[in-house]
Design a protein around this ligand. Structure first.
Ligand code: PEP
Ligand code: MN
Length: 282
């Protein structure tokens, strides 16, 4: 059923049969993949310094340890906000340093890897690029960790094989991120597949993060799904937060306010504890 073997019947690098113990990835003193659950939060996109600074300050105060925000945005329409590019990377980097938070941001194009790696601590591969094998191969040559989102119609096997591309090309530091898949359901943006997150943990030693923001597309579903993800045994959460979601340039409908985010973190703690884990606060 699960065939994570190479042509000559060797176990693949991503598989737990190849490496039994969990891979722990260390980013500026912050470990992901260990006993503590890591929360990554921030707006969908870097919009300007003020908004990112306010968001970072508030999410850090509530318990997020890493900051996320896109500078290169993969938008469905070419007429939607595409991100601030290098200017956005500079803002993200500066605020990450100020707040002492490692930063995660998307790299959309192989040509931008060097640029993004200059400013980011973790490079994100977006769902739309999970099948971009030349990008994956090139990320295998980078020293920084890669957060690999599951493609929106990718099977679990395809997702793990995408990670295998990066590992096989020389970068062992890959974080898997379940962010929902397309289904026939119109009332949510995506269908968050927590079984895939749990199966990825069983089949692979790599850390698994769940993104309930893109996974549902609905603000009121982010909190219940984040709780369920912790109960399912994942290593981290990635959550979109915006000080004024109604004014966000992208993904406002699924963004939590800082207040809702702070409430969420309080509710996560007892769930983590009941599962023998804890939330990493700094
Ligand atoms: C994002 O994280 O903002 C993003 C674009 O995610 P995805 O690639 O999962 O749609
Ligand atoms: Mn988004």
């Amino acid at each position: 059923m699960h065939n994570l073997q190479t042509k000559d019947q060797k176990d693949m690098l991503v598989s737990r049969r190849y490496k039994a113990e969990n891979t722990i990835i260390e980013v500026k003193g912050c470990e992901i993949g260990g006993n503590q659950v890591v929360v990554i939060a921030g707006p969908c996109a870097v919009e300007n310094t003020e908004i990112l600074k306010e968001t970072a300050f508030k999410v850090r105060g509530s318990g997020a340890v890493m900051l996320r925000a896109g500078a290169f945005k993969p938008r469905t329409s070419p007429y939607s906000f595409q991100g601030l590019g290098e200017e956005g990377l500079k803002i993200l980097h500066r605020i990450g340093e100020e707040m002492n938070m490692p930063v995660v941001t998307e790299v959309m194009d192989s040509e931008d890897i060097e640029l993004v790696a200059k400013y980011a601590d973790i490079l994100q591969v977006g769902a739309r690029n999970m099948h971009n094998f030349s990008l994956l191969r090139k990320l295998g040559q980078v020293k920084k960790p890669v957060l690999l989102k599951r493609g929106m119609i990718a099977t679990i096997e395809e997702w793990l094989l995408a990670a295998e591309y990066i590992l096989a090309a020389g970068n062992p530091n890959v974080i898997l991120c379940e962010r929902g898949i397309r289904s026939s359901e119109p009332w949510t943006r995506n269908t968050l597949d927590l079984a895939a997150a749990a199966l990825a943990k069983q089949l692979s030693h790599l850390p698994v993060v769940v993104d309930p923001s893109h996974g549902t597309g609905v603000r009121s579903l982010v909190t219940p799904m984040a709780k369920a993800a912790i109960a399912a045994g994942i290593d981290g959460l990635m959550i979109e937060v915006h000080p004024q979601p109604d004014k966000a340039l992208s993904d406002g409908d699924q963004s939590l306010t800082p207040k809702l985010f702070s409430q969420l973190l309080k509710e996560l703690e007892p769930i983590a504890r009941a599962c023998g884990r804890s939330i990493k606060y700094s």
